[in-house]
Structure formats: structure tokens, C-alpha cells
Design a protein around this ligand. Structure first.
Ligand code: CAA
Ligand code: FAD
Length: 378
């Protein structure tokens, strides 16, 4: 792998840095406090081309490779992991369409995203979290041309603000996991509504909602792939998206590390900067090693994907390791800032709250370890 990024990659990274510095970082604490994105921010991110990063070129998107997207997501993660989550969920929801969509489905879906609107990926249910195959939402054929969807989805990122959704339902209950099927559902379809909005510990700028499907009638042409292909579509989608959770985690960890380094040089105790104490230096050195190794794992998983080589194991490793690093590094950053690290006026406690979800969503880190073990053993 070439560590010299191309001029295009560097230019996009710089552009993302500038947008984040101007539009996100100064408002991150305010968005965290308010529990939502700043009005107008999504439009600004869209103008900068940061909303539809995974839209293919043939559908008027940038058609970026995974390494470049990871470079950009790290920058978004540095600014605000809540905003990064919202943008990343848009990408997550686009992968099933990229993988299985017909040209007509792609056009419909990507026209919506290209107009600056958001998408959501709805797999999780109250009874189907880690056990994604246990989805209880049903899709029952209504004649040859339609399905009727019934069920409840929970914890759906962008659920309350997206305009288009990929929803997983079971079309053949008796077939279990092999009945799972993916559908495109548009906001405003009769019977489709948004339920409870969640109050969260972190990533508070992102929107997380319950979705209710009450006799939602959709045309068969909204089905992605064949009946029963839904579980594999979900798994392949998560393979593609997990390194990007890794990239956001690296961004959070880097931001926390930078804050800790800066503070350690400014804060004096015992008549000298705390950075001069070797116990503090050891923490900073360990943080630097962890951030850099996590970043390399993210690049490796993305690079494998870009080369069309198998990457599921490395995707799970990148997500799992980078999320654990984000949790450890943000916790240590709070420690370096001492009491001030625990106070909301400083950014480190937000980084720590934001880092926690990285170990939970897109498959908990226990599930990532199962995926890795399966790849190693079978
Ligand atoms: N690619 C293709 N096929 C795959 C696959 C993959 N990566 N992983 C599994 N499969 C196939 C298997 O080969 C198997 O196929 P056959 O039946 O033909 O042999 C089938 O799928 C079933 O596989 P398993 O027996 O391994 O399935 P399982 O029930 O044991 O579950 C699991 C495996 C890895 C635990 C899976 O359920 C899982 O990933 N759970 C976590 C769910 C998750 O990540 N949710 C995230 C929601 S989205 C989100 O969180 C977004 C956000 O925050 C913004
Ligand atoms: P559970 O599956 O009940 O797990 C509870 C605990 O048991 C965990 O520690 C888990 O690791 C452990 N566990 C479970 N099974 C095993 C096992 N076999 N071996 C070892 N340990 C195990 N979902 C979507 O579909 N779309 C979204 O956009 C989305 N966004 C989210 C945003 C937020 C803020 C949150 C909180 C969640 C989101 N999710 C989304 C759901 C998320 O993917 C799930 O919460 C996650 O997969 C875990 O499922 P669960 O919460 O039901 O936990």
C-alpha cells in the first residue's frame, strides 16, 4: 500500500478539514447540548459534496474509493461524531442499493441523496439487535405487484429526518434468516411513521428514532434483490460500512489526543507543565501508538475493499480495534485534563461519550470478535 496519498485525496481531505473547522467544530458542543444538528448544516455539508460520498459516478455522485472516504470521515469524526454518524448512516443505507439495486432503483434513490436529503438503514428491532436474523417485521405479498410491510424498527439513525429508507423484513417466516428481504421505502408512504426519538448519551447531533410500519403497501419494484437475499445484503453492507465506523473512531481519538497534548503543555503543576512528567508522557505516547495503529487498520481494510480483495475480517478488525482505541484514548484524554476533563466546558468528556457508541453500533465489538473468529476458524 502506498502511503503517499494522491493529490485528489489530499485535496479532498483538506477541503473536509476546512469545512469541519468552519461549520462543525465551533458548534459541536452546542449541537451536543441541543441534541440535534445545527439548522442549515446539512445543506452546507451537501454544498461541499460531503453528504453523498458513496454515490457512484454513473448516478452523478463522486464515486469515491473507500480509502478516500475514510480520510474524509476521520475529519468529520474529529469535528463531531454525531454529525459524522448522520453522514455515515447515509452511506450505510446506500450500500444495499449499490450492491443490489436495478438502474431504476438506483436512479430513484440517488436522485434523493443527490438533492441533499438523507437515507436510513433499518435492520434493528426490539427483538433483533445482535441477532439480526431474528427480524420480525413481515413482508406479505399482496397480489403479484405489491408487498404489505408490518413491524417496528428501533434505534434507526436518521430515522426522523431521512427521506428514503432501506428496510429489512421477513417475506417467508418459515424460512427464518433465509426469508429476510430488503425494500426501499419512501418517507410519506401511507402507514409508515416515525415513533419515539431517543435521548442519547453521545453522538447527540445525530437523530435516532423508532420506525413504525403499519400495513405499508409498497410495489414489488421496491424490493432489492430477490426474496430471501436480505440477510446477505445486510451482512455485505455492514462489511463495507464497518471500516468507516473505524475511520470516525480514529477521528474522535485523534481529536481527544490533540486536546490532551495541547493541555499538557499549558497546564502547570509543581511549577512545571504536566507534559514534563513521565507518567503523563507515557499516557500520551500510548495514545499516539493506539491512534496510529487503528488508522493503519482502517486504511488496510479500505484498501482491500478498493482492490476487490476479501475484506470482511479486516473490516470487523478495523471497526472493533478503532472503536476500542477511541474509548481508551478518550478516557485517557479526560485523565490528562484531570478535573477539567470531566467538565463540559472542555471537549474531552464529549469525545468520551461519543466514543462509547462506536463499540456498540454496526455490530457490537463482541459481534465483531465473533465475525473475526468465524473468518479465522472456518
Ligand atoms: N457476507 C455474505 N454472507 C454472509 C456474511 C457476509 N459478511 N456473513 C454471514 N453471511 C451468510 C452466511 O454465509 C450464512 O449463509 P448460508 O446460510 O448460505 O450458509 C448466512 O449469512 C447466515 O450466517 P450466520 O450463520 O453467520 O448468521 P448468524 O445468525 O450467526 O449471525 C452475525 C451472524 C455476524 C452475528 C450477524 O447477525 C450480525 O452481524 N449481527 C450484528 C448486527 C449488526 O451489525 N447490526 C447493525 C445495525 S446497523 C447500525 O448499527 C447502523 C448505525 O449504527 C449507524
Ligand atoms: P443486544 O444484541 O441485546 O446485545 C446486548 C449485549 O449482549 C451486548 O454487549 C452484545 O455484545 C452482547 N451479545 C449479544 N449477542 C452476543 C453473542 N452472540 N455473543 C457475545 N455477546 C453477545 N440499527 C440499525 O439497523 N440502523 C441504524 O441506523 C442504527 N443506528 C443506531 C444508533 C444508535 C445510537 C444505537 C444505540 C443503535 C443503533 N442501531 C442501528 C442498532 C445497533 O446496531 C444495535 O444496538 C446493536 O447491533 C446491538 O443490538 P442491541 O442493542 O439489541 O444489543
Amino acid at each position: 500500500m502506498d502511503f503517499n496519498f494522491t493529490p485528489d485525496q489530499l485535496a479532498l481531505k483538506k477541503m473536509a478539514q476546512e469545512v469541519v473547522a468552519k461549520e462543525i467544530t465551533p458548534y459541536a458542543l452546542e449541537m451536543d447540548h441541543n441534541g440535534k444538528m445545527r439548522p442549515g448544516l446539512l445543506e452546507k455539508l451537501d454544498e461541499a459534496g460531503l453528504v453523498g460520498l458513496v454515490v457512484p459516478e454513473e448516478f452523478d455522485g463522486p464515486g469515491l474509493d473507500a480509502v478516500t472516504i475514510a480520510l474524509i470521515y476521520e475529519e468529520l469524526g474529529k469535528g463531531c461524531a454525531g454529525v459524522a454518524t448522520s453522514v455515515a448512516a447515509n452511506a450505510l443505507a446506500s450500500y444495499p442499493v449499490i450492491l443490489m439495486g436495478t438502474d431504476a432503483q438506483k436512479k430513484h434513490y440517488f436522485d434523493i441523496i443527490n438533492s441533499g436529503k438523507l437515507a436510513a438503514f433499518a435492520l434493528t428491532e426490539p427483538g433483533a439487535g445482535s441477532d439480526a436474523g431474528a427480524v420480525a417485521t413481515t413482508a406479505v405479498k399482496d397480489g403479484d405487484d405489491h408487498y404489505i410491510l408490518n413491524g417496528t424498527k428501533c434505534f434507526i439513525t436518521n430515522g426522523g429526518i431521512a427521506d428514503v429508507f432501506v428496510i429489512f423484513a421477513n417475506a417467508r417466516k418459515s424460512a427464518g434468516i433465509r426469508g429476510l428481504t430488503a425494500f426501499i421505502v419512501d418517507r410519506g408512504t401511507p402507514g409508515f411513521s416515525v415513533g419515539k426519538e431517543e435521548e442519547k448519551m453521545g453522538i447527540r447531533a445525530s437523530n435516532t428514532c423508532e420506525l413504525i410500519l403499519d400495513n405499508v403497501r409498497i410495489p414489488t419494484t421496491n424490493r432489492l434483490g430477490r426474496e430471501g437475499e436480505g440477510f446477505k445484503i445486510a451482512m455485505k453492507t455492514l462489511d463495507a460500512a464497518r471500516p468507516l465506523v473505524g475511520a470516525v473512531s480514529v477521528g474522535i481519538a485523534q481529536a481527544a489526543f490533540d486536546a490532551a497534548v495541547k493541555y499538557s503543555k499549558e497546564r502547570e503543576q509543581f511549577g512545571k507543565p504536566i507534559a514534563s512528567f513521565q507518567l503523563v508522557q507515557a499516557m500520551l505516547a500510548d495514545m499516539a501508538i493506539a491512534v496510529e495503529t487503528a488508522r493503519l487498520l482502517v486504511y488496510k481494510a479500505c484498501w482491500l475493499k478498493d482492490q476487490n480483495l476479501p475484506f470482511a475480517k479486516e473490516a470487523a478488525m478495523a471497526k472493533c480495534y478503532a472503536a476500542d482505541v477511541a474509548m481508551k484514548v478518550t478516557t485517557d484524554a479526560v485523565q490528562v485534563l484531570g478535573g477539567y476533563g470531566y467538565i463540559k466546558e472542555y471537549p474531552t468528556e464529549k469525545y468520551m461519550r461519543d466514543a462509547k457508541i462506536m463499540q456498540i453500533y454496526e455490530g457490537t465489538n463482541q459481534i465483531q470478535r465473533l465475525v473475526i473468529a468465524n473468518q479465522i476458524l472456518y
